[in-house]
Design a protein around this ligand. Sequence first.
Ligand SMILES: [Zn+2]
Length: 180
Amino acid sequence: MYCVECSAQMISAVPPGDRLIRSICPSCAHVEYAGPKVLVSCILFRDDRILWIKRATAPYQGLWGSPSGFVEAGETVEEAASRELQEETLLVVPPEDFSIYAITSVIPVNEIYVSLIAALPSMDFGLTPEISDIRLALETEMLASEYAYPAGVQLWIKKTYEHIRAPNPFGQQAKLRHLR
Ligand SMILES: [Zn+2]
């Protein structure tokens, strides 16, 4: 690994005043911090239903999950959600129509998941190379074994369904869009 600042070969060492081994540049002292990567996942809801995609690619090929992906440099999380949703399902939801729903640290894979929620604005979704099926499903229509997620996340999905079934779940904006 080479320094992004001066292209010198990086070394592993504890920087002065730090407590962990980092990748540091012996030439210019640049430090590379191995913090978590950030992913967004998109929850689209309408009439007690949530939009699920069947993954066409590994990992979890053939299982159901939310449209999701890594946030790119220079993007806000809302912009990343809008882009990933369109790439995977063809649906167009502007970044400003998403609200932050939850933030979860996933320590084993060194990632942070930012879940964003929006009312489904239309039924104009379709298949793409990344997905093999797509459905707008009630909680009772989804089997636990079909999710691309472990048990802990499935409890969270159950709570999400409870939230969207509540009256006016996500404020006036979501409600207005819901009624279109
Ligand atoms: Zn350097």
